[in-house]
Design a protein around this ligand. Structure first.
Ligand code: SF4
Ligand code: SF4
Length: 426
């Protein structure tokens, strides 16, 4: 477990974290800043601060973007101590019914499949489609979500239910796909595009049908029982096939970071060292999809020699969990730059403002405020497309662009790469 007092003592109050802090940018107050959070946690551990409703609201306003960790000269783990205190908050105040329902569905894929199917069939009663962005807009205020907001689309069939478990494409390699919940149920074009790319590369696929949610939504909300159940189930399942594949590839930054980084941290902090070691052992074969495709396949030369030169201008947004947590930012740009015109936005590393389940529901005004500057910097590039390998960023940025009436639409780089290969084959 973290010692809040020693972390608080190690903060030299240099203030380097303040200008980059996402919540401080939208709520410029010392209490909602990295060193403010750390100070409060130290006071809490010393018995000087009760986690009352006010403290709860403060700790729930952190976006967990890790910007502060990136710049802190003492490497203070602000994001991780906030995740820990959210467990205490959840134990004391409980977790709202709709979050408990959501996490139940994440733990029970078969029930989630049925719920998703029902949502697809009856969606037109409550939402209308936005064809341009491939999203849904509520017709009226819903219990948790207000109208005039762009929500993710829903698919008739999930990605995992669209394919056989084993797809043989020629045996030049063999990978498993961890698809992530948003890509499985909502942004299904990502999974279908990844299959097209791997087929073109003649790489076999093991569609790991029994995978469960990576547990990131529950981790960021303090539901640690769900995190433990999901992480253990996935670890046991991954171990059952890991020796048969070259890699497990994940076209989602948050899921990949959770699996590669947070599972081990979570188990270590609870004294479950054996589970932490098992999670770490798997890490050698876990990759973000663009990273693996760029480093371990013929895709770069295939794209270079495709003869496709798109007129579309693309700008790349760096998901916090890709660049800062996993160091992945060159690979998607290198792959996209072969066939698309690229333009860098003024601060691609600035958090999109997604923030997690609580910020997307109870504190959506914070997500809205954090999303405005990101939409503005995308618009300044004049880009037709903003790309990022993260569906949480997609949900947030698509909504911000919709509110800003931007011409830009969001695509995962995997979808853009598959489009190039399709054009080169035509
Ligand atoms: S994780 Fe992000 S929002 Fe939270 S304190 Fe650090 S910089 Fe601020
Ligand atoms: S950058 Fe680190 S040491 Fe400096 S004020 Fe922020 S948390 Fe404290």
């Amino acid at each position: 477990m973290f010692n809040y007092t020693s972390i608080s003592d190690a903060c030299i109050k240099c203030g380097k974290c303040i200008p980059v802090c996402t919540i401080h940018q939208v709520n410029p107050d010392e209490t909602t800043s990295p060193r403010g959070f750390i100070d409060l946690l130290g006071a809490h551990e010393r018995g000087e601060l009760d986690i009352d409703q006010n403290a709860k609201q403060i700790f729930e306003s952190c976006f967990l973007c890790t910007n502060c960790v990136d710049v802190c000269p003492n490497d203070l783990p602000t994001d991780m101590v906030i995740e820990e205190v959210r467990k205490e908050i959840a134990d004391r105040y409980g977790i709202a019914w709709y979050k408990r329902l959501f996490f139940f569905l994440l733990r029970h894929r078969k029930v989630m499949d049925i719920a998703s199917k029902l949502g697809y069939v009856f969606k037109s009663c409550a939402v209308k489609s936005d064809q341009k962005r491939g999203g849904l807009i509520p017709r009226f205020d819903l219990p948790i979500i207000k109208k005039d907001r762009l929500l993710p689309s829903m698919a008739a069939t999930s990605v995992l239910n669209s394919y056989r478990e084993r797809l043989d494409h020629g045996g030049k390699g063999r990978v498993a796909i961890f698809i992530g919940c948003l890509a499985n149920y909502n942004y299904t074009g990502i999974g279908h595009s990844l299959v097209k790319i791997l087929k073109r590369l003649e790489i076999d696929i093991f569609f790991a049908k029994d995978q469960k949610c990576c547990a990131a939504p529950a981790y960021f909300t303090g539901d640690f029982a769900t995190v433990e159940a999901l992480a253990k189930s996935n670890i046991e399942y991954f171990e059952s096939f890991i020796d048969e594949v070259d890699a497990i590839i994940v076209p989602e930054a948050t899921c990949s970071a959770m699996i590669k980084h947070d599972w081990a941290v979570f188990f270590k902090n609870r004294g479950m060292d054996e589970w932490a070691a098992r999670a770490e052992k798997l890490n050698e074969k876990i990759y973000m999809a663009t990273e693996w495709l760029a480093k371990c396949t013929e895709l770069p030369s295939l794209l270079e020699n495709s003869g496709v030169a798109s007129d579309l201008l693309v700008t790349y947004h760096d998901p916090c969990h890709a660049r800062k947590v996993q160091g992945v930012y060159k690979e998607p740009r290198a792959l996209l730059g072969q066939n698309y015109k690229m333009a860098e936005m003024s601060d691609p590393n600035r958090c999109c403002g997604f923030g997690g389940v609580t910020i997307q529901t109870e504190k959506f005004h914070l997500a809205e405020a954090a999303g405005k500057p990101k939409a503005a910097m995308i618009n300044e590039t004049g880009a037709d497309i903003v790309a990022a390998e993260c569906s949480a960023c997609r949900m947030q940025i698509s909504d911000s662009l919709y509110r800003a009436d931007s011409k830009a639409v969001f695509k995962n780089p995997i979808e853009l790469i598959a489009d190039v290969l399709e054009k080169s084959d035509a």
